[in-house]
Design a protein around this ligand. Structure first.
Ligand SMILES: *Cc1c(COP(=O)(O)O)cnc(C)c1O
Length: 366
C-alpha cells in the first residue's frame, strides 16, 4: 500500500505486511509478537480463531487483526465487537456477519462497517469461493449495510518450492476473480496473497500486502526453495540441568528401558518434556546443546524416552556437567539444533516444532 510508515518515520516503499500471529505466534507468544509486529510497521496481524483475536484485544492490541479461518455464526457478534476482519468465502458466512454487524446490542445500526476479506480458492482447496463466483459475493458484501469489502485474497499451497508455475497460475485465477468483481462495479481496495514462500521467492505475488508467518520467526517454509537470504531463528528454547548422576554398564534410563548404558557415563536430567513441546519422537534421537560451567558448549544426545515433563541426556564419561548448567533444546546457536533440524529428525516441519511449545513454558523477551 505505497509508503508504509516504519519505526522512526522513514517510509518504506513496497507492500504492507500482515504477520501471522495465529497459534500463539507460532509458539512465540501472540500478544508480545503482535505488539512488536506493529512497532516494526506491520499493517495488520493474522489469527486463526476469534478467541485468539480476543486475547490480542485484551492485551491492548488496537491494530488491524485479520481472521484467517471461517468461524461460526454464533461467534459473529464477537467478531463485530472486537473489530476483527474476517475472511469470507460463501453467502451463509457473509449473511451471518451482515446480521451481526447491522445490529448493535442497543438495536441501533453500527457506525463502522465490518471489513471483510473475500477469499478465492485458486488452488489451495481449503477455504475460498470459486473465481467465477467472486463477483456475486463481492456485490453481496458491498450491498450489505454493515459490511465493507476490504480486500480480495487467496492462499498458496506450493509457493515454497523451486518451481513457481502453479503459484503463477493461481495469480492468474486471482486476476480473473478481480475482473469479475470489477464487472459488477464493485471497488476492490486491496489484494493480498503471499505467504512466506511467495514473499521469499515471488515479488509479482506481493500486490498490496504480504502475509508471511514462518519466515518472520526465522525459518524457511520448506527445504525445496532456494535460500537466497539468511534467516535467523527468533526463539531459543532453553532449560537448566536439574539432576546429574552416574550410570553403569547395563543400567537403563527412562520408560520402556529403551536406552541401556554400554559404558560408565554421566546422565543429566532436563526438566522439560513433551508436554512442554519437546516432542516424544525425539526419544533416543534428539540432541541438545549443553553449556558446561567449564565453558565448553557441545551437543549431547537424548538418552531414552522423552517423558511428559523431563528427559535425560548422555553427557559422556568425562563430563563435568552440574545442576544448573544451561541446555538449549533448539535455537539460533549454530552449534546446536534449530527447530528445522528437530523437525527433520521426526518427519515434520519447523511450524509444528515451534507451535508445540506449550503455554506453560515461560517466554522471556530479550
Ligand atoms: C498461516 C497462514 C499464512 C502464513 O503462512 P506461512 O507459511 O507461515 O508464511 C498466510 N495466510 C494464511 C491464510 C494462513 O493461514
Amino acid at each position: 500500500m505505497g509508503d508504509v510508515p516504519r519505526r522512526g518515520g522513514v517510509p518504506r516503499r513496497g507492500p504492507g505486511f500482515c504477520v501471522a500471529v495465529k497459534a500463539n505466534a507460532y509458539g512465540h507468544g501472540a500478544a508480545r509478537l503482535a505488539g512488536i509486529a506493529f512497532e516494526e510497521g506491520a499493517e495488520a496481524v493474522g489469527v486463526a480463531t476469534v478467541e485468539e483475536g480476543a486475547l490480542l484485544r485484551d492485551a491492548g492490541i488496537e491494530g488491524r487483526i485479520l481472521l484467517y479461518s471461517i468461524a461460526t455464526a454464533q461467534e459473529s457478534p464477537l467478531i463485530v465487537e472486537l473489530g476483527l476482519e474476517p475472511f469470507v468465502a460463501d453467502k451463509e458466512w457473509i449473511e451471518a456477519l451482515a446480521n451481526a454487524s447491522g445490529r448493535r446490542p442497543d438495536g441501533a445500526e453500527s457506525e463502522k462497517p465490518l471489513a471483510c476479506h473475500l477469499k478465492v480458492d485458486t488452488g489451495m482447496g481449503r477455504i475460498g469461493c470459486r473465481p467465477e463466483d467472486a463477483g456475486e459475493l463481492a456485490s453481496l458484501i458491498a450491498g450489505a449495510p454493515g459490511l465493507s469489502l476490504a480486500a480480495l485474497c487467496t492462499h498458496f499451497p506450493a509457493a515454497d518450492v523451486e518451481d513457481q508455475s502453479f503459484t503463477r497460475e493461481q495469480l492468474a485465477r486471482l486476476d480473473e476473480a478481480l475482473s469479475g468483481i470489477s464487472r459488477q462495479g464493485v471497488h476492490v481496495p486491496a489484494v493480498h496473497a503471499a505467504n512466506s514462500g511467495a514473499t521469499l521467492a515471488l515479488p509479482e505475488s506481493y500486490r498490496n500486502m504480504v502475509r508471511p508467518g514462518i519466515a518472520t520467526y526465522g525459518y524457511f517454509p520448506s527445504h525445496d526453495q532456494r535460500r537466497t537470504l539468511e534467516l535467523k531463528p527468533v526463539m531459543e528454547f532453553e532449560s537448566r540441568v536439574a539432576f546429574v548422576k552416574k550410570v553403569y554398564p547395563g543400567e537403563t534410563v527412562s520408560y520402556g528401558r529403551t536406552w541401556c548404558a554400554g559404558r560408565e557415563t554421566v546422565i543429566a536430567t532436563i526438566p522439560a518434556g513433551y508436554a512442554d513441546g519437546y516432542n516424544r519422537l525425539l526419544s533416543n534421537r534428539g540432541e541438545v546443546l549443553l553449556f558446561e560451567r567449564t565453558g565448553r558448549a557441545r551437543r549431547v544426545p537424548v538418552a531414552g524416552r522423552v517423558c511428559m515433563d523431563q528427559f535425560m541426556v548422555d553427557c559422556g564419561p568425562d563430563s563435568h556437567v552440574a545442576v544448573g548448567d544451561r541446555v538449549v533444546l533448539f535455537g539460533p546457536d549454530r552449534r546446536g539444533p534449530d527447530a528445522e533440524e528437530l523437525a527433520d529428525a521426526i518427519g515434520t516441519i519447523p511450524y509444528e516444532v515451534l507451535s508445540q511449545v506449550n503455554a506453560r513454558v515461560p517466554r522471556l523477551y530479550l
